[in-house]
Design a protein around this ligand. Structure first.
Ligand SMILES: [Zn+2]
Length: 205
């Protein structure tokens, strides 16, 4: 993610605009790499923010420390990111394969004012987790899944979390269903089909 432009849709609208798509409350395990060095309570507060935001998409996140479980999302933090590695991005996800997320924490610290770091980190976690949950590399015109947040978005983040669009939520639910389907059926041909949708990783926001 680079800088972001932002606008929030009314939260109620997200749900009233839901298509004829059953929204179920799904649980996802999120494992943070143990080598993370994040200042003070920043990570704990960012986790809580991410948990709250994901709940709006009917996703319950179960956070743990350690290597990812097989079906979970793994998040690692980079503290010395080379300038030429995903330049401009503050995180990137691998939505088509491992479900791993890398957060360039050093870039977040450099780019955003200290009073916004926690909120930005929480939003970054949600943004990248959404890429993984949806299983596709896409962005929305507004909300937390916008590709580039603006200063207005950042101001909004300071007081109220950015929202998902109705399409974001629908695609999260579809992605979770797809993953469940692959997980529930161990036949090799189905796993191969899933693997075919792996062109490359999603870089940054
Ligand atoms: Zn993105």
């Amino acid at each position: 993610m680079k800088l972001i432009r932002f606008r929030i849709g009314p939260i109620l609208a997200l749900f009233t605009l839901q298509p004829a798509y059953a929204v179920t409350r799904e649980e996802v395990t999120v494992c943070l790499h143990p080598d993370v060095v994040v200042q003070g309570q920043t990570l704990a507060v960012a986790e809580k923010l991410a948990e709250t935001m994901l709940a709006e998409a009917s996703v319950r996140s179960d956070w743990c420390s350690g290597r990812a479980v097989r079906e979970g999302i793994s998040i690692e933090f980079s503290e010395r990111t080379p300038e030429d590695f995903h330049p401009g991005a503050v995180a990137f996800a691998r939505p088509y394969g491992s479900g791993q997320i890398t957060v360039f924490y050093d870039r977040i610290l450099k780019r955003y004012p200290a009073n916004l770091v926690t909120a930005v980190l929480g939003h970054v976690l949600v943004h990248e987790m959404t890429h993984v949950l949806q299983g596709i590399d896409r962005h929305s015109e507004c909300g937390v899944m916008r590709a580039h947040w603006t200063s207005a978005d950042l101001n909004q983040m300071a007081t109220k979390p950015l929202s998902f669009t109705a399409e974001d939520i629908e695609l999260i639910q579809r992605g979770i269903e797809a993953r469940t389907w692959v997980r529930a059926d161990s036949r090799p041909e189905y796993r191969t089909m899933a693997m075919r949708t792996t062109p490359n990783d999603s870089a940054g926001r």
